[in-house]
Design a binder for this molecule. Structure first.
Ligand SMILES: NC(=O)c1ccc[n+]([C@@H]2O[C@H](COP(=O)([O-])OP(=O)(O)OC[C@H]3O[C@@H](n4cnc5c(N)ncnc54)[C@H](OP(=O)(O)O)[C@@H]3O)[C@@H](O)[C@H]2O)c1
Length: 291
């Protein structure tokens, strides 16, 4: 990837692990100022030290940010604004997928944890950084969904069950939150047309998850992950599509796209293109972030 990202500032969430960390390394190698937004200071610091050691970059910053907490996101962006003058690319990589969650857990903001972390957090973060991204146009936003959405062809936003009031299943809640991210991407891309800010979504497939992140799982699930890993892509390979969306000059006018690795445009399920749902989701999300 022969991109030169010198003088570009890129913020990536969940940068201490997996695809996020691999992308941070690749972006730092290309010369970008990389801001690693991580919820756990210890894991974040260790990852930042790894990125610096592997790339030799002195332009790596660590930003504490828990995407399930609106106060934490707001605080992180205050810190970001104190330390950085610009933002060229925002990558919403972090997400929660906790198999052990058997019932809905509400965050301090009163929002179900999975929806709060995987959809509402990115929604608020985008909102807080949008003026900076516009001021730095041409600039880019990258969201992250899942190829597993293909197994839910009729999935739609359940406005009467956002907090798992009627039913809750972790896997379903995860895909529901990812479907919300896909719709948010398409909607935001439309809203930002002409602003110089492009918005695209990556559909991540089966990517290997490091063993140390799976230790808490029951034996049967460890076996499932071991089986999945035989067919998995490496985080490094997947991260190349993040980097392409962040850096490829020929796509500066391409917005509202949805991409598999390696850089292949794909279609979302039919409901993801419903503009009435986009608007309803936007309005509900705006209300939940109290803006
Ligand atoms: N791996 C796959 O097969 C696969 C498939 C489909 C989609 N995806 C998507 O790809 C993206 C990256 O996943 P990955 O495979 O790299 O997984 P990963 O190694 O588990 O990384 C997830 C990252 O998200 C962070 N995170 C979780 N909750 C957070 C919160 N409340 N606030 C801030 N950060 C939080 C984690 O931080 P901690 O270290 O603090 O937990 C970690 O850095 C995610 O959006 C995921 O949904 C992955």
């Amino acid at each position: 990837m022969p991109y030169n990202l010198t003088n570009k500032t890129i913020l990536i969430t969940g940068a201490n692990s997996g695809i996020g960390k691999a992308a941070a390394i690749q972006l730092a190698r290309l010369g970008a100022d990389v801001v690693m937004a991580c919820r756990n200071s210890e894991r974040g610091l260790k990852a930042m030290q790894d990125v610096i050691a592997l790339t030799g970059s002195n332009k790596v910053d660590l930003l504490p940010m828990d995407l399930s907490s609106q106060a934490s996101i707001r605080d992180a962006i205050d810190q970001f604004n104190d330390r950085h003058q610009q933002l060229d690319v925002l990558i919403h990589n972090a997400a929660t997928f906790d198999h052990t969650l058997k019932r809905p857990v509400l965050t301090a903001d009163g929002v179900e944890m999975v929806f709060a972390t995987n959809h509402l957090g990115p929604f608020l973060l985008t909102h807080l950084l949008l003026d900076t991204l516009k001021a730095n146009a041409p600039s880019r936003i990258i969201t992250v969904a899942s190829k597993g959405l293909m197994t839910y062809p009729f999935l739609d936003i359940e406005f009467d069950n956002l907090n798992g009031e009627h039913k809750f299943d972790m896997q379903y809640a995860y895909y529901h939150s990812k479907q919300a991210q896909v719709m948010f991407t398409f909607d935001l891309a439309e809203r930002l047309k002409g602003s110089g800010v492009i918005v695209n979504c990556v559909r991540v497939g089966n990517v290997a998850i490091p063993d140390e992140r799976l230790g808490h799982l029951p034996v049967w699930l460890l076996k499932v992950y071991a089986m999945k890993r035989k067919f998995a892509m490496t985080p490094e390979k997947m991260a190349e599509t993040y980097v392409w969306l962040a850096a490829e000059p020929s796509i500066q006018n391409l917005t509202g796209g949805y991409f598999d690795a390696p850089n292949v445009p794909v279609k979302a399920n039919k409901n993801a293109y419903n503009r009435e749902t986009w608007k309803r989701l936007w309005d509900v999300s705006a209300k939940l972030i109290k803006e």
